[in-house]
Ligand binder design. Structure first.
Ligand SMILES: Nc1nc2c(ncn2[C@@H]2O[C@H](COP(=O)(O)OP(=O)(O)OP(=O)(O)O)[C@@H](O)[C@H]2O)c(=O)[nH]1
Ligand SMILES: [Mg+2]
Length: 305
């Protein structure tokens, strides 16, 4: 049976296979994307980020049930942090995203290995797969406050930053530059002492930033604030849908640039590695027979030929 036919029907095996192709088989992935690209770029994407252990997975587990009841068909992509998290303490405490059989939500981890560009690439295409399979919104969980988060904020229509009152990290995280990316800021674990204080601090730091973000307290333990969060998401999704076409155009522009840059970088890397004309010109520069500018022009011409 054709993979795209099964994907269109939302068959789980087909989705899993397609995302694996995206991650592991560039040639097959290209053929697949060629078939599904045309209808892509309409589903809402929600990025949920924040420090390790803040409760992102717990929050997503509960929120998708509400989103489902509110009439949407969510899927979740968790960018697996195992490759860059060291030490077992955090991992040991992680909540596995469980899928209740009646929820119909698709949940899957994708690897975060490789360059930032590689993550963006597999993320963008995994989103296309899930959209083709009928899911909307597509929720992306990612951990930390690094470059990956900024990349994900570019891909997400709505960015949610989750803070954890349990550690002193949170204020540092706020200062470290997450202040710009969030549409919604959540202080989770409101059942713990320290949450109210952090909520106040977040309001002070972020409350009157230009984006005018929503700031909320939630607890996945007591379910406090989760329905409110879900309703806000739904409202924002409707709002963002109005500008989705333009956002998609801008995203495609930056995706295209990424791919071209990456192609050229690969060519350059293999040229440096294989030598040939490069080492010929290098020797000429080293023996002062040619100046570096002239040599670089000649090498560059060879690459773009
Ligand atoms: N008290 C309390 N604990 C919570 C709450 N939400 C999550 N937790 C706990 O916090 C720990 C981490 O939760 P996760 O949902 O795995 O957090 P995460 O942000 O997805 O973690 P990583 O994916 O590892 O970054 C687990 O032990 C949860 O049970 C909450 O609202 N209150
Ligand atoms: Mg998690």
């Amino acid at each position: 049976m054709d993979l795209t036919t099964d994907l269109k029907k939302g068959k789980r095996g087909a989705i899993a296979k397609a995302i694996s192709l995206i991650e592991n088989d560039p040639k097959a992935a290209r053929i697949l994307i060629k078939k599904i690209f045309k209808s892509s770029g309409k589903a809402m994407t929600i990025g949920i980020t924040g420090p390790a252990g803040a409760g992102k997975s717990s929050l997503i587990n509960k929120t998708v049930m509400h989103l489902k009841k509110l009439g949407t068909k969510p899927a979740v992509l968790a960018i697996d942090p195992t490759s860059h998290v060291t030490g077992g303490a955090i991992l040991g405490d992680r909540v596995r995203m469980i899928e209740s059989t009646d929820s119909g939500t698709y949940i899957r981890s994708i690897a975060s290995r490789g360059a930032t560009g590689a993550v963006s690439n597999s993320l963008r295409n995994s989103i296309r797969i899930l959209e083709y399979a009928g899911f909307d919104p597509i929720i992306i969980e990612s951990v930390g406050a690094g470059q990956t988060e900024i990349e994900i904020a570019k891909i997400a229509d709505i960015t949610v930053v989750v803070f954890n009152p349990y550690t002193g990290d949170s204020i540092q995280t706020i200062k470290a530059g997450l202040t710009e990316i969030g549409d919604i800021y959540i202080v989770n674990k409101s059942d713990l002492s320290g949450a109210a204080q952090l909520f106040q601090a977040v309001q002070n730091y972020i409350g009157d930033s230009q984006k005018n973000p929503v700031i909320l307290m939630t607890s996945t333990k007591s379910s406090n604030g989760i329905l409110e969060f879900s309703k806000i998401l739904l409202k924002m999704m409707k709002e963002k849908q109005k500008t989705k076409k333009d956002t998609e155009k801008l995203r495609l522009e930056s995706e295209l640039k990424d791919i071209v840059l990456n192609n050229i970088k690969n060519k350059i890397d293999s040229m440096f590695a294989s030598g040939n004309s490069y080492s010929k010109y290098l020797k000429q520069v080293q023996s002062k027979k040619m100046n570096p500018f002239e040599a670089a022009d000649k090498i560059s011409k060879n690459i773009t030929k």
